[in-house]
Design a protein around this ligand. Structure first.
Ligand code: PDD
Length: 287
């Protein structure tokens, strides 16, 4: 079946879907994005994802391409047209098309909106989660505004490639003081010896993950102890468990960080339990 992409008001065959060469996303990485999980033919946590999209746009003074309701309608339509049961929806908004000048384009320049959907095999992800993944650490060389979900992702791209070449699935950024900030496309968590979940506060240095927020809800519901505080790489090496979260990976156990096995080198029971129960606390929007 051929894939369909939504590009600036039109549904186009994926292979033929294009944007202008002077799109500011292409020339300046001047845009933002969101990734939403699709599970059993439904969108997961759209309200939170779209609230974060609106915040990213507002921080960069990029006009919203359309209101939240029509945006959800287009997301659902893209999922329907691509017959995605499980996978993800990708939304990208850039500051639009204009002659190349660093300054923002003329008021009234419409922002550009692209939405795509892609299927993923949940059985493959489950298999990966059964084994757990390896992580490497890299210095955090990103700008300060990583709270904005910008498409400007070069440090993240380079870190993930480094992880791949090292046989790992993710790279954890470490700040100048030795504290882990987050993964190149995931939030980072550890579990202490007495079973507390530790994750960096979302005020500074990380993207405020939507999956992270759902895990905090789940932890509260299930009376798990949560410590929102920075943790060092050394603390992570010695942790009972570690895991990463994102709309794409959900809760993924980490079994190795650099050369250190985490816990007994197997996925931990807390991380695995959170993965199992994750969808009990999310918002589900039928397609
Ligand atoms: N990445 N931190 C970073 C740097 C991310 O890029 C992401 C998501 C997260 C987790 O956020 P959420 O739980 O809302 O997905 C944290 C997406 C999935 C991506 O770039 O593909």
């Amino acid at each position: 079946m051929s894939r369909i992409a939504y590009v600036n008001g039109r549904y186009r065959p994926h292979d033929l879907a294009t944007v202008h060469i002077e799109d500011r996303g292409y020339q300046f990485a001047d845009g933002v994005y969101e990734v939403c999980e699709v599970k059993d033919g439904a969108l997961i946590d759209t309200t939170r994802h779209l609230a974060r999209l609106e915040r990213s746009l507002s921080e960069l003074e990029i006009p919203e391409p359309m209101g939240r309701k029509p945006l959800v309608a287009v997301m659902r339509e893209v999922v329907r047209r691509n017959r995605v049961r499980n996978g993800m929806v990708y939304i990208q908004v850039t500051r639009g098309v204009a002659p190349r000048e660093h300054t923002y384009p003329m008021a009234g320049t419409p922002s550009a909106l692209v939405i795509t959907a892609r299927a993923a095999d949940p059985r493959k992800a489950a298999k990966t989660a059964e084994n757990g993944v390896a992580v490497i650490s890299v210095p955090d060389n990103r700008w300060e505004r990583v709270d904005i979900k910008s498409v400007s992702l070069l440090p993240n791209v380079m870190a993930k490639e480094k992880a791949k070449r090292a046989g790992a699935k993710e790279a954890w950024f470490v700040d100048a003081d030795g504290y882990v900030t987050e993964g190149s496309s995931t939030n980072a968590w550890i579990v202490t010896a007495d079973g507390a979940l530790v994750t960096r506060p979302a005020e500074h240095g990380i993207l405020k993950g939507i999956t992270r927020a759902a895990i905090l809800d789940l932890a509260q519901r299930d009376n798990l102890t949560v410590e929102e505080r920075p943790f060092t790489l050394e603390e992570a090496y010695a942790a009972r468990e570690a895991f990463i979260t994102a709309a794409t990976t959900l809760v993924m156990p980490v079994v190795r960080i650099d050369d250190h096995a985490i816990g007994n080198g197997q996925p931990g029971s807390i991380a695995s339990g959170l993965r199992e129960r994750f969808h009990e606390v999310v918002e589900v929007t039928a397609v």
